[in-house]
Design a protein. Structure first.
Length: 399
């Protein structure tokens, strides 16, 4: 019988495991280390967050991205974007130094069993654990707009499912979305010979500004303090007070979240994008069908209500991720249905220690954003989440 089973070996799972191991818990961590970053990020992508805001969390702070840079011989500097591949290597290095050996079996079932949980894998392993922390990343929660969901997989993919932009050749590709994933995917497609076009509901693309130096005048720092989620006082609140966010009424929290950290492109991508990618803005997706010649026809509605069509060889839905507990098929159906939800969302209600209404079942990562705010959508949130979650596990074990 283990104290804790951690499901997931991305930034949140690894951080939780590092804190649990330091606390002396008997534990197992399951999952392929940094799998989402290794397998679902196109070659040539960069990390949007600053290197100093991209640390995984261990209690002693001994295994930061800066520490990895020092031993690996690269520079992690403010204002210089970091390749996704380098960040993935950092996550692997962190796992080797701060976490017990990761079991790369695939968990298929988590079931309540006589006051604890039974965890089963596709490979046939069964263990029992007093508590479980689900840190499954974002891949189960990919959002594809309804009309695109009916297209065959060879004609429509999610931006997280197109890791090789060169595979499209010189095909004309329509990218749907207006955030960093959409803008960077379209840019990489163009740079690898494809003919992308961006379609988005917004009337203009929003771009982040070049970051201010870390060392600057007091007045400038007071007007827009640096945070791990970007500069500004609103970002400061999301970054430094997720616990306070969790105490707000659910309705107010949802309204605040709607306007927080909306879609925007990284400053370093703008020149590459604007030189290569045509746009069709102010258009929402109304329908999608396959033509007789095997191409896709998109039906679009303009802001003034006019309907038009666009024919394309492939569609990439760069439309983000939606926290939805019902997509976690590894949870026992009865358990999944019994878990209390937060507000009108499909995310689990969580205590201050990240524990759900099912005693002993904890969550980390995207599913916790409706409770603790947008910091939980970013690597920066791992420090708060891992510390509080493992504290919650310790309190549950004492009971």
């Amino acid at each position: 019988m283990y104290d804790l089973a951690v499901i997931g070996a991305g930034p949140y799972g690894l951080s939780v495991a590092a804190h649990a191991a330091a606390a002396g818990m008997s534990m197992r961590i399951f999952g392929r280390t940094m799998a989402s970053w290794r397998d679902h990020m196109p070659e040539g992508m960069f990390l949007k967050s600053e290197p100093w805001a991209s640390d995984l969390s261990d209690p002693g702070g001994k295994y930061t991205l800066g520490d990895h840079a020092a031993v690996s011989g690269f520079e992690a500097r403010h204002g210089r974007p970091l390749p996704i591949g380098t960040f993935t290597e950092y996550g692997t290095w962190f796992a080797e130094h701060a976490v017990p050996p990761v079991d790369e079996q695939t968990v298929t079932q988590v079931t309540p069993s006589a006051g604890c949980f039974r965890v089963e894998t596709a490979e046939g392993t069964r263990i029992r654990a007093r508590t479980v922390a689900l840190a499954v990343g974002v891949m189960p929660f990919r959002r594809v707009p309804g009309p695109l969901g009916r297209l065959p997989a060879d004609l429509c993919s999610h931006s997280s499912g197109s890791p090789d932009p060169s595979a499209f050749g010189d095909l004309d590709v329509t990218v749907v979305g207006a955030g960093q994933a959409a803008l960077e995917t379209a840019t990489l497609l163009a740079e690898h010979g494809a003919r992308p076009q961006l379609v988005a509901r917004t009337d203009r693309i929003r771009w982040n500004t070049v970051p201010e130096p870390l060392e600057r005048g007091r007045l400038s720092a007071l007007r827009a303090p640096h945070t791990g989620l970007g500069a500004g006082w609103s970002n400061w609140a999301w970054a430094h007070a997720p616990g306070a966010v969790g105490r707000l009424p659910a309705g107010l929290r949802e309204r605040l979240m709607d306007g927080a950290l909306g879609p925007a492109g990284a400053w370093w991508l703008r020149d590459r994008y604007e030189q290569r990618v045509p746009e069709l803005l102010g258009h929402s997706l109304r329908g999608a069908s396959v033509r007789d010649d095997g191409r896709v026809r998109l039906e679009l509605r303009a802001a003034d209500g006019r309907i038009s069509t666009l024919d394309t060889g492939h569609v990439v839905a760069a439309t983000g991720f939606t926290p939805d507990l019902d997509r976690l098929r590894l949870l026992d159906p009865g358990l999944r249905l019994a878990i209390r939800r937060v507000g009108g969302s499909r995310a689990p209600w969580l205590s201050a220690g990240f524990e759900s209404s099912c005693p002993g079942l904890f969550f980390a990562g995207l599913l916790t954003a409706p409770t603790f705010g947008p910091a939980m959508r970013f690597v920066y949130g791992t420090a708060f989440a891992a510390d509080r979650l493992v504290g919650g596990v310790r309190r549950r074990l004492r009971r």
